[in-house]
Ligand binder design. Structure first.
Ligand code: ATP
Ligand code: MG
Length: 363
């Protein structure tokens, strides 16, 4: 593995993890390594014993039959709960003790449900590089309570590390709340190497709601329903089939194809993402730009949209062209990378971390 840069607390640090150095140290049977992608929409987990699972980043607490003991419901179960307290997680803020506690209980519950032991377990959590410092500190503190040792790593670095992305490529993570566009390079990163856009999956959902309401002013469509349709039929291919859905109306429903609305909503958001890519390209000298534009790697849930790669390539044609690869697992790309880093960290590193519990330095 070539040397790469890793972002701690908005400072980039070179890490050189060589397989030779690690041999004999990483294969300890007694340790379990975990990689986590703590996204605002979903939390995905990979473990060194081969487990992989993902949950919506949502937790709910219900008191059954007046019983004081609260039941913890995570992900889909929480979503389906009709009454009870619901807390959305990993939105970049851990200001109250209540939120921190909800996060802690969610993590513990999800691990327990999937029979992941917490003892002698070392975890790396992928987080956005530019996440709030206080948030990262709190998240790391609670991760250190849940696991034997934990560390936070820039989530895009995790994905690039696992997929061994070529030097001078662009990684584009299109998630729920945000899109991050970042240049992967072994040179010291520059100021304008990363760009955060606030447009992503949630904006496609709200655009679908808007377009459906324009067509049927008496529709009662929710963002959750729009999201379901998008995940099932969302596409940027002009030649896509029709998709007939039940549009709920104030009085009854209507069955119609909403393919046009879906396509327009997807294009509306992805066009902005292409503008972000061209902005980052234009900020670099022509020689580097050529390499970068032909090495664009997309990931994140929204990269599942059918035809997104060729749509981006087509949009880039007028600006000199480009090549888009969908070669990173949209769901597990970050957590697999985090696991890989956790496994490859020298045992000494984890020892030092757990003895010092130096939470200031590792974020
Ligand atoms: N098959 C699909 N087609 C289109 N969109 C999808 C599909 N599957 C998931 N998505 C969308 O991907 C988004 C979630 O992406 P992802 O899981 O990468 O987000 P996250 O990492 O939890 O959030 P963030 O990075 O914004 O904090 C949601 O908007 C979801 O609707
Ligand atoms: Mg994400």
């Amino acid at each position: 593995m070539d040397p790469m840069y890793i972002c701690y607390n908005s400072m980039w640090v070179l890490i050189t993890i060589t397989v030779d150095y690690m041999e004999g140290e990483i294969t300890s049977d007694k340790c379990l390594y975990i990689g986590i992608d703590a996204g605002m929409y979903k939390t995905s987990v990979c473990s060194s014993e081969g487990k992989k699972f993902s949950e919506r980043s949502l937790v709910a607490f219900s008191s059954e039959n007046g019983n004081d003991l609260e039941k913890v419901l995570a992900g889909k179960d929480a979503l389906e709960l009709e009454d009870g307290k619901k807390v959305e997680l990993f939105n970049g803020e851990l200001k109250s003790e209540e939120n921190t506690d909800a996060c802690r209980r969610f993590l513990k519950h999800v691990l327990e449900k999937n029979e992941v032991v917490e003892k002698n377990t070392y975890a790396i959590i992928g987080v956005p590089a530019n996440a709030d410092k206080a948030y990262k500190k709190k998240l790391l503190e609670l991760a250190n309570e849940v696991f034997t040792g934990a560390m936070l790593v820039d989530e895009l670095f995790c994905a690039a590390y696992k997929n061994n992305l070529p030097d001078r490529s662009i990684i584009v993570d299109i998630g729920y709340s945000k899109t991050d566009i970042c240049i992967i390079d072994s040179e010291v990163p520059r100021e304008n190497d990363c760009l955060r856009l606030s447009c992503a999956g949630k904006d496609i959902d709200s655009e679908i709601v808007k377009l459906v309401n324009d067509r049927w002013p008496d529709s009662t469509i929710s963002e959750e329903l729009a999201r379901e349709w998008k995940e099932k039929y969302g596409a940027l291919d002009p030649g896509s089939d029709t998709c007939v859905v039940d549009v709920p109306l104030e009085n009854g429903h209507v069955q119609e194809s909403i393919i046009e609305e879906l396509q327009l909503a997807c294009e509306f958001v992805v066009t902005d993402i292409v503008s972000g890519i061209t902005r980052i390209l234009s900020d670099h000298e022509p020689e580097l730009r050529e390499k970068l534009r032909n090495n664009i790697h997309i990931l994140g849930g929204t990269s599942n949209l059918d035809g997104i790669d060729s749509f981006i390539e087509n949009e880039l044609k007028v600006l000199g062209g480009g090549k888009v690869f969908s070669d990173i697992d949209p769901e597990y790309g970050i957590s697999e990378g985090a696991l890989e880093i956790a496994k490859n960290m020298p045992a000494d590193f984890w020892n030092q971390l757990t003895t010092e519990k130096d939470t200031e330095e590792m974020i």
